[in-house]
Write a protein that binds this ligand. Structure first.
Ligand code: SF4
Length: 282
């Protein structure tokens, strides 16, 4: 396969080595010295704060222990009614599972509130817990490179270019252990509401726990990638988590294929939205 100049630039941004028979001087140098420079620190995009809303308090109160079922059937319904500011407030005050005890802070999400692309990761790590933003550190830099390859960004930009990024869990599991099912279940209404508010044209689910939460599937990423799924009607593409790719660089090429599929689906969704808008105007 012969890569176009644009595709070669995109692959270089992701640090993907080219195996295709392209001209020698056009092949990305896989040596560490040729790796793309780390992306500049992303703009810390925040939604504007608002006064406390009654629903926020109701949504954040719950059992503080994973041993206490404390299920409140009204909690998910309350969260489903929240606008952005009270939703953020509810997450910040949430004690619905035991993860609240060891967190430094919750990690809500960043990006355009009406982004066309929504990126869903897994759970905050040490740096995210410290900084309050998802996907920071080396995995975040790789994600930024992947986004840049698609002409997307987490920094301030129009909805078609600026993504929205959220994790499945809003609090860091101690010592980065795997999330427990009950923790994921109690946190899920927050992510659901974020997706409802953003109403993205495409969801990119990165990593096993994001996929489990959104697709209710225990199948490995390798079995689920390469096809278009749906989450509440929104097209969803599955790919590897950037932290996994840092440990398994050979899978970056597969991840690139996933990004191309996601870009194609997002383009089709945008064309359909434009056609529908034109029909309305006619
Ligand atoms: Fe609440 Fe989610 Fe944090 Fe658990 S992980 S305390 S459900 S915000």
């Amino acid at each position: 396969m012969v890569w176009s100049e644009r595709q070669r630039r995109m692959l270089q941004e992701m640090g993907i080595r080219l195996w295709a028979p392209v001209a020698a001087d056009a092949v990305a140098d896989p040596s560490p010295t040729a790796a793309p420079a780390p992306a500049p620190a992303p703009a810390n995009v925040r939604l504007s704060p608002a006064p406390a809303a009654p629903g926020a308090a109701a949504a954040s109160q719950q059992a503080e222990s994973n041993d206490d079922p404390g299920d409140d059937p009204g909690r998910a319904a309350a969260i489903a009614q929240l606008a952005w500011a009270p939703l953020r407030e509810a997450v910040a005050a949430c004690t619905a599972c035991g993860l609240c005890k060891e967190r430094r802070q919750t990690v809500f999400g960043v990006g355009h509130p009406s982004a066309h692309w929504m990126i869903v990761g897994e759970a905050p790590g040490e740096q995210e817990d410290r900084l309050g933003e998802p996907f920071v550190g080396p995995a975040g830099q790789l994600l930024d490179n992947m986004l840049r390859a698609l002409r997307l960004t987490r920094a301030d930009a129009p909805a078609a270019q600026q993504v929205y990024i959220a994790n499945t869990l809003k609090c860091r599991p101690p010592r980065n252990r795997n999330p427990e099912p009950l923790e994921m279940a109690r946190c899920e209404p927050f992510l659901q509401r974020q997706i409802e508010l953003v109403r993205p044209r495409l969801i990119l689910a990165m990593g096993r726990f994001a996929v489990q939460a959104l697709l209710r599937s225990d199948q490995p990423i390798g079995k689920l990638r390469g096809q278009v799924h749906r989450y509440q009607g929104v097209p969803l593409v599955v790919t590897y988590h950037p932290a996994y790719l840092l440990r398994n660089p050979a899978d970056k090429a597969r991840s690139w294929d996933d990004l191309l599929l996601a870009a194609q689906v997002a383009d089709e969704a945008s064309q359909a939205a434009a056609t529908a808008a034109n029909v309305k105007l006619a």
